[in-house]
Ligand binder design. Structure first.
Ligand code: PLP
Length: 372
């Protein structure tokens, strides 16, 4: 038996009749871009996130770029971002014309904290982007307090945190605006690329919508601002509506899998710490191993697929390296040691046990080799 890293097919199969109907409807009605499927999904997604507005966009990276631009953030502005994130958090800041300022992460949760934000604020700081990485929200109360004191905006990167909560409140409703990706591998995934911005600020929502649709104003032929084409497709929006009703049960299944891993791995490795205020949706289940590459090889040899999230910290990626930038030791260490184990809603107990057995054997082999 092999263990895949992720099984998207099993999720799509649960809603297969709805997806087949959707495809036919879109072709029959030609509602390819915009239209009722998009309106309907935006309404349900805003409700799900406990926010007043949701705007569907082309992908999660564009969601971040459009939000920054909609808030009037651009050249000359600094945006605080964690070094331990997917590169899109950073490239979106640069595409908006702003400057990313990297901060390190907490060694226990691997997330940005309010102290990191406090230490990085300058008179040019316009916003902070906490990333709810791996599905666990950052400490949004403390980060919100610092942001308020400093007069900077908080934009959540919730691309890995659909349905997660902090102190009972939904990811997406915890800052001034939040950005989601519906890339097929995310907890809620489309049939291609898609994303959304959610916010309680109607001006930000309107501006994002306008920027994503060629800068189009109230009438079809006026273009008041320089826009882009970053809209969501009807097919993508419809597929997300078809799956949204399953998201909570899929997240529950991920949490069950994670607690099984926690339990079985406890004697072997320390799991990534979960704050009691956080309810993670375990987009990923990451653990740190001293000899990560051999561990990954040993699992691979037994048919167990794993992932690396992320092996090079963002501040070391060529376009973002800046001479004289301080070391960010926690992010740098995590990049070398993190391994993402298979986790997805349909993973079986047997697959989890197989994965943990393989880890245990590898830990013991190495131990035996060390004392031989
Ligand atoms: C996936 C992801 C993004 C980008 O989303 P896309 O839809 O792929 O553009 C941004 N930030 C994080 C943390 C992500 O995981």
């Amino acid at each position: 038996m092999s263990v895949p890293f992720l099984d998207i097919r099993a999720m799509n199969d649960e809603v297969r009749p709805a997806l087949d109907d959707l495809w036919r409807d879109v072709v029959d009605t030609s509602a390819f871009i915009g239209g009722p499927l998009v309106d309907e999904f935006e309404m349900s997604w805003a409700r799900y996130c406990e926010t007043n507005h949701a705007v569907g966009v082309a992908n999660g990276t564009e969601a971040i770029r459009l939000t920054l631009t909609a808030m009037g953030i651009g050249p000359g502005d600094e945006i605080i971002v964690p070094a331990n994130t997917f590169i899109a958090t950073v490239s979106a800041v640069v595409s908006a014309g702003a400057t990313p300022v990297f901060v390190d992460v907490d060694p226990a949760t691997l997330l940005m904290t309010a102290d990191h934000v406090s230490a990085a604020v300058t008179p040019r700081t316009a916003a902070v982007i906490p990333v709810h990485l791996y599905g666990q929200p950052a400490d949004m109360r403390a980060i919100g307090t610092v942001a308020k004191r400093e007069g900077i905006a908080v934009i959540e990167d919730a691309a890995q945190a659909h349905g997660a909560r902090w102190e009972g409140r939904k990811a997406g409703s915890l800052g001034d605006a939040a950005c989601f990706s519906f890339y097929p591998g995310k907890n809620l995934g489309a049939l291609g690329d898609a994303g959304a911005v959610v916010t309680n600020d109607p001006a930000v929502a309107d501006r994002v919508r306008q920027l994503a649709n060629h800068g189009r104003g109230a009438d079809r032929y006026s273009h008041d601002v320089v826009g882009a084409n970053s809209r969501i497709d009807g097919l993508q929006a419809g597929s997300l509506s078809a799956k949204l009703g399953r998201l909570d049960s899929w997240n529950d299944a991920r949490r069950r899998a994670a607690s099984r891993y926690d339990e079985l791995l406890a004697p072997l490795v320390e799991p990534t710490h979960q704050r009691p205020e956080a309810e993670s949706v375990y987009h990923l289940y990451v653990v740190r191993f001293d000899d990560r590459d051999s561990m990954q090889g040993a699992l691979e040899a037994r048919g167990i697929a794993t992932g690396l999230h992320y092996p090079i910290p963002c501040h070391w990626q060529p376009p973002y390296v800046e001479v004289g930038r301080p070391a960010l030791p926690v992010s740098e260490d995590a990049a070398q040691r993190l391994l993402s184990l298979p986790i997805f809603p349909h993973i079986t107990d047997e697959q989890i046990e197989l994965t943990v057995d393989a880890i245990q054997d590898q830990v013991h082999n190495r131990y035996d080799a060390a004392i031989a």
